[in-house]
Design a binder for this molecule. Structure first.
Ligand code: 4NP
Length: 155
């Protein structure tokens, strides 16, 4: 299908939350034969981790949940992304403020909290980067699953 809907997952570093969100979205569209309708990528608000693979705790969480074919290299968001993507999802309110600051006026992307789709109402996907264990990654994964499923069932 020519007109795919495009979704961009955003977090601060693009090594923890947004790669998990991207992998979950990609897994859902693969399993539900929605590849001809949807496309997903992820990116960062800071360039610090550009070129890096996701945090090993994020990759382990995905593998533990059965997603073993995901790979990604961090990249910063660009101005063009705001016209290329239909939805740009942030993980927390700081992400949303920064996205709204960067967004060129009149660009097409809808900027929303991914967690605004969570049927359990947990709107903020907290940054687990500085945690000393992986519980925050598992929680972020579960929040992403609920929100992605709910978003794709609505669209
Ligand atoms: P993410 O986590 O935004 O979920 O990828 C972070 C990764 C790196 C940093 C902060 C959050 N950092 O400050 O380098």
């Amino acid at each position: 299908m020519a007109n795919k809907q495009r979704v961009l997952m955003i977090c601060l570093g693009n090594i923890c939350r947004s790669p998990i969100a991207e992998a979950v979205f990609d897994d859902y569209i693969n399993k539900n034969n929605l590849n001809d309708k949807w496309q997903v990528d992820s990116a960062a608000l800071i360039g610090y981790h550009t070129g890096k693979s996701p945090d090993s705790r994020a990759m382990k969480t995905l593998r533990d949940k059965g997603i073993s074919n995901y790979s990604h290299r961090a990249r910063p968001i660009t101005k063009d992304d705001f016209n290329k993507y239909d939805w740009i999802f942030g993980m927390d309110e700081d992400n949303i403020s920064e996205l709204n600051r960067l967004k060129p006026s009149g660009s097409k992307a809808k900027v929303e909290l991914l967690g605004s789709y969570d049927p359990e109402g947990e709107k903020i996907i907290r940054d687990p980067y500085y945690d000393d264990n992986s519980a925050g990654f598992v929680k972020a994964y579960e929040q992403c699953v609920r929100s992605v499923e709910s978003f794709l069932q609505k669209h």
